[in-house]
Design a protein around this ligand. Structure first.
Ligand SMILES: N[C@@H](CCC(=O)N[C@@H](CS)C(=O)NCC(=O)O)C(=O)O
Length: 306
């Protein structure tokens, strides 16, 4: 069944939780391919061409890297209920630059600084390779007082938004909620005593409980080997599309490499199939997976001639 929505993810992954919550909001049936929390991921790399962040969504031989393009594809395929119940779509997308960067780094530091010597050595080594820098748990532990201050400041913004008694940030559960929820979920799902910080914010706590109650849609498991076989037996379905406004004159057929601009900076190379201000989709051929089209967002990614 080439149209199955397959999510390559792991349970503890906060970015994956965003997508799982969207499955819940939209009541989407999906296949869960659980991957290891650390590399190697031998069944996934043939699909992504080396992109190693989590989650990745697969629909047949189309591979979606990064939650931005995953969310767009889900909204396009399952428009009801919308992720933008009161409009404000541009602002909702832009919120990710708050939640996925400064708020996320703050929460990562708080989580790992508090877990400290409970963080496995293999995980630290893996995340050092991911970042190309030391994953310095001792420094994170030393920074906990500042991280608590920062985390509190972020929570205060959410509490402020909810202060008129609304249940959701934008009328009904939507993308703004999903973004803002990620780090609250992440902090709460680790034994780091975050309830003390949340005690000051009863509206955030009740709102996070409401989001949790939405569930994760209809999930059924699949191995990543099965997912790889589905890609191998499918053909990519992405239609070619030009972008007359591309500021660098890029066009379908050009060879490019696409690389995250923050961490996990592995370049994935291929031939452009379709592009816009929102996405770039490139065709690659893999010995195991066959022909795949890999989709990336533009914000936060560097596209360069390959
Ligand atoms: N911008 C990416 C960020 C994804 C991300 O950083 N995910 C974390 C896990 S929640 C990650 O990739 N960790 C390293 C790994 O899984 O290899 C997105 O929106 O999908």
């Amino acid at each position: 069944m080439p149209d199955q929505i397959i999510l390559h993810h792991f349970e503890e992954s906060p970015f994956s939780e965003k997508i799982r919550v969207i499955f819940g909001i939209k009541a989407i049936p999906w296949r869960s391919a659980v991957i290891s929390r650390i590399m190697p991921r031998p069944d996934l790399m043939p699909l992504t061409g080396g992109y190693r962040r989590t989650p990745v969504m697969q629909i047949g031989a189309d591979i979606y890297c990064d939650t931005q393009v995953i969310m767009r594809e889900l909204e396009a395929r399952f428009p009801t209920p919308t992720l933008f119940p009161r409009g404000n779509a541009g602002l909702s997308w832009a919120l990710a630059m708050w939640t996925d960067r400064s708020f996320f780094q703050n929460t990562v530091n708080l989580v790992f600084g508090t877990l400290a010597d409970r963080v496995p050595k293999e995980f630290i080594e893996d995340r050092e390779r991911l970042r190309g820098a030391k994953f310095d748990v001792a420094a994170m532990t030393a920074a906990i007082p500042q991280m608590r201050d920062q985390f509190r400041a972020h929570l205060d913004w959410i509490e402020t938004e909810l202060s008129d008694g609304r249940d959701w940030l934008a009328g009904a559960p939507g993308l703004a909620d999903v973004h803002a929820y990620m780090n609250v979920w992440y902090a709460r799902s680790n034994p780091i005593g975050v309830d003390q910080l949340l005690a000051e914010f009863p509206r955030v706590t009740a709102w996070a409980d409401r989001l949790r109650a939405l569930g994760h849609g209809a999930r059924s498991e699949m191995s990543s080997g099965e997912a790889l076989a589905i890609a191998r037996d499918a053909r990519p379905r992405t239609a070619p599309a030009d972008d007359p406004h591309d500021p660098n004159g890029r066009k379908p057929g050009d060879r490019v490499s696409v690389t995250p601009d923050d961490y996990g900076r592995v370049a994935v190379s291929g031939e452009i199939v379709s592009l816009s201000a929102r996405h770039i989709a490139i065709r690659r051929h893999d010995e195991v997976a066959g022909e795949v089209v890999v989709h990336f967002p533009r914000a936060g990614f560097v596209a360069a001639p390959a």
